[in-house]
Design a protein around this ligand. Structure first.
Ligand code: HEM
Length: 335
């Protein structure tokens, strides 16, 4: 009887979602989120974000990967609540943490927010703008365009210590990576799929030269597992004595601004840039996924997985309903 009730309830939710979806009204999602949350309060929200993102990426293509990474740094630390935008007078905020020092996109999120404030004042949260901007960054890099749940509200606290605790460093091994993800309710599949975001963008030599080129395991040598033709290219780019925080290397050199499967081909052939990328070969399940994607003929399965994994990441510790606030300016000062 109980099972029957559960089945009937599930059926009602599915039918309701289908009816609501075809009518264009919001589709209830996870924990107070909904697809099309702003349908009535700001129907043009998603269009406005995409239009602004088009302009931003046209002006500077390196901002697409930057804004994708922005979502990781927001969501992994205190949840997807735009706390990465906050500035603190009293203590160091998340944005001041060393792991976020090369993060870009603050002005662009503010720029999109200003457009939305003109159209629908005090309605669309900064947290949702970050998630929509990341989605559009992927789409504008030839990746999938998936539907995002919205309805997040903005947090009021930001503290650098949370970033040190929750953001996986690039030198992480597979055991640590799985822990960093699992405490955010993300599994091995989210890990291997979302790591594929490194198919676009660039990294400072400071993020990998120590681990991979000059001081692997603290032993003053090169990572023996690094591809032997790739290693000299990296050593040429990251010359000791040069400022490692000012020299950048493309993470997927063949197609650094195209969202494709070449990240997996790179990792498979030991040309992944970070230890954390290469570590995906050290677990049976993530390795199998890397191998399958490295030899896939089409992006279809990956794009489907990516849309799902990004949705999962967008659900981390969200504030909804009466929690949090909607801010006028995303980068406000907090005490
Ligand atoms: C699995 C653990 C991860 C680690 C250890 C990691 C680490 C890093 C590091 C160190 C950089 C280079 C920063 C710099 O030197 O400027 C980077 C870049 C990047 N990461 Fe990750 N990341 C991880 C997962 C993710 C996820 C889940 C996403 C997105 C959903 C992502 C998206 C990006 C993008 C797009 C860039 C390029 C940024 C740019 O070009 O400005 N990363 N990541």
């Amino acid at each position: 009887m109980a099972l029957l009730l559960v089945l009937v309830r599930a059926l009602i939710v599915v039918v309701a979602a289908a009816v609501v979806s075809s009518s264009g009204l919001p589709v209830p999602g996870y924990d107070g989120l909904a697809i099309g949350f702003y349908h009535e309060t700001c129907p043009q929200a998603e269009e406005l974000v995409l239009a602004e993102m088009r302009e931003i990426v046209r002006e500077d293509k390196t901002l697409a990967p930057a804004l994708l990474r922005f979502m990781l740094h927001d969501c992994f630390v205190r949840g997807c609540d735009a706390s990465i935008m906050l500035k603190s007078r009293k203590m160091m905020a998340e944005r001041d943490a060393l792991l976020s020092c090369s993060l870009r996109g603050y002005e662009q999120i503010e720029r999109i927010k200003a457009k939305l404030e003109e159209a629908c004042p005090m309605t669309v949260s900064c947290a949702d703008i970050i998630v929509m901007a990341a989605r559009d960054a992927v789409f504008l890099s030839n990746g999938p365009r998936y539907q995002v749940e919205t309805g997040r509200r903005d947090g009021k606290v930001s503290c650098d210590i949370d970033a040190y605790n929750d953001l996986p460093p690039p030198g992480s091994n597979i055991v640590d990576l799985k822990i960093y993800f699992s405490v955010k309710n993300l599994g091995w599949k989210d890990l291997v799929v979302l790591s594929g975001s490194h198919t676009i963008g660039r990294a400072q030599c400071a993020s990998f030269a120590g681990d991979r080129l000059y001081n692997y395991s603290g032993e003053g040598k090169q990572d023996p597992s690094l591809n032997t033709t790739y290693a000299p290219e990296l050593r040429k780019a990251c010359v000791p004595g040069d400022p490692f925080d000012e020299t950048y290397v493309e993470m997927d050199p063949g197609s650094p601004y195209t969202f494709d499967l070449s990240y997996y081909r790179d990792v498979y052939s030991k040309r992944g840039l970070f230890l954390s990328d290469q570590a995906l070969l050290d677990d049976r399940w993530t390795r199998e996924y890397v191998e399958r994607m490295a030899s896939a003929d089409s992006t279809e399965e990956y794009f489907r997985d990516y849309s799902k994994a990004m949705t999962n990441m967008g659900r981390i510790e969200v504030l909804t309903g009466d929690n949090g606030e909607i801010r006028k300016v995303c980068g406000a000062y907090v005490d």
